[in-house]
Ligand binder design. Structure first.
Ligand code: HEM
Length: 347
């Protein structure tokens, strides 16, 4: 049904989406194992393409060398933050001593962060190939080219932001922006996939009006994005409690308002997903993609709720942290694709 060049684009685009979720999974493992500072520099790790496995491989006084490098980078970043109208934040970046704190060498953490970077590089190449192959649509569907090329630029910004995450010693709000940008990149890739597949296979979309369903899907998706922001805020509070030496068993009790809002939004999101599921099942036959994705969304929200409850009841175990982060992004991706599938076929 699709010409060869289009098939190649669709295949590459599909692989790109899978690799992007792997990057998010790797990022989640880095966060839950506290390996974010495993490599004190960027893009190389301890100034090497392949990082060391033992502290004896590092030169004497290496700590100060990396602290100086990060300090210089932060001065440049503070200027950018100031330029965008946030002088207080710029001041904090310039003067907060904790930003330059050094973490002692730990081979496991270094290699966890290093593998995370390798998966990131693979995602960069996958996006680049997608952009190159998208040129087959230059005449028939130029928006696919536009979005695919834009995504390469967004991933470059994301990589730069990744370097800032390191140089500011994992400053909380930057991690939130990093997470939202990751969802944006996934979203653009899903969108180009949707445009490419529906450009020839019209049977994917429904001929009837799906108006209110589409609005409900948009509402559910918006709620998920807000929920992710509150989730990262809860996570930042946990990181802060950890830094202050609070016992793991006492974390959840001290989480405060963002955690309360996070739970309220979670149950709202669950309710909306269930409502959407029944409405989609009512409108579309069970063999359609819409029905399939309504199922996927309901399963993912179920796993997400369960991993959230495990986090809350069992003192935030690391495996549940990673699951919670990865499933949140899969949930976002499935909801977004379902929302796109709610588009009425244009005749
Ligand atoms: C639709 C449902 C939900 C979504 C989309 C969601 C999403 C998220 C996200 C994106 C994070 C940040 C993870 C990170 O930055 O590493 C997070 C953290 C968290 N969420 Fe949820 N969440 C949901 C439901 C719940 C529920 C029901 C609970 C508890 C009853 C919960 C408890 C937590 C806790 C304790 C954290 C901090 C975990 C950590 O330190 O890694 N979440 N959530």
């Amino acid at each position: 049904m699709y010409p060869r060049a289009e098939r190649r684009f669709i295949r590459t685009n599909r692989i790109t989406i899978i690799v992007l979720f792997l990057v998010i999974a790797a990022g989640g493992i880095v966060r839950s194992t506290g390996s974010g500072m495993g490599c004190p520099d960027w893009p190389k790790c301890f100034n090497r393409v392949i990082p060391p496995t033992d502290i004896t491989q590092l030169p004497e006084g290496y700590e100060q060398q990396y602290i100086d490098g990060r300090a210089k980078k932060n001065q440049r970043f503070a200027k950018i933050v100031e330029f965008f109208g946030y002088p207080d934040m710029a001041d904090k970046i310039r003067h907060d001593e904790s930003i330059l704190e050094h973490e002692s060498f730990n081979a496991a953490k270094t290699w966890t962060e290093y593998i995370n970077r390798l998966v990131g590089v693979a995602a960069g190449f996958a996006l680049l190939f997608s952009a190159v192959f998208s040129f087959t649509y230059l005449k028939t569907k130029p928006s696919i080219v536009g979005w695919s090329v834009l995504n390469v630029f967004v991933v470059v910004v994301q990589a730069w932001l990744g370097s800032i995450v390191v140089s500011t010693n994992l400053m909380p709000w930057i991690i939130t922006v990093h997470m939202l940008l990751a969802l944006l990149i996934v979203g653009i890739s899903i969108y180009t996939f949707y445009l490419a597949t529906t450009s020839r296979n019209k049977s994917i979309l429904s001929g009837q009006s799906v108006g209110p369903l589409k609005w409900l899907a948009i509402l559910a998706l918006t709620l998920t994005v807000v929920q992710v922001v509150f989730g990262t805020e809860v996570r930042e509070t946990i990181d802060h409690l950890n830094d202050q030496g609070v016992e793991r068993a006492d974390w959840v009790a001290q989480l405060g308002q963002p955690y309360f809002i996070h739970r309220v939004l979670a149950y709202t999101s669950l309710g909306l997903s269930i409502l959407l599921f029944f409405l989609v099942k009512n409108k579309f036959s069970s063999l359609t993609l819409q029905s399939k994705y309504a199922w996927i969304v309901i399963v993912l929200v179920g796993i997400q709720m369960m991993s959230g409850i495990i986090l809350a009841r069992f003192n935030v175990p690391a495996f549940a942290q990673t699951t919670h982060l990865v499933v949140a992004s899969l949930f976002f991706g499935a909801q977004y694709y379902l929302m796109l599938l709610m588009t009425k076929l244009k005749r």
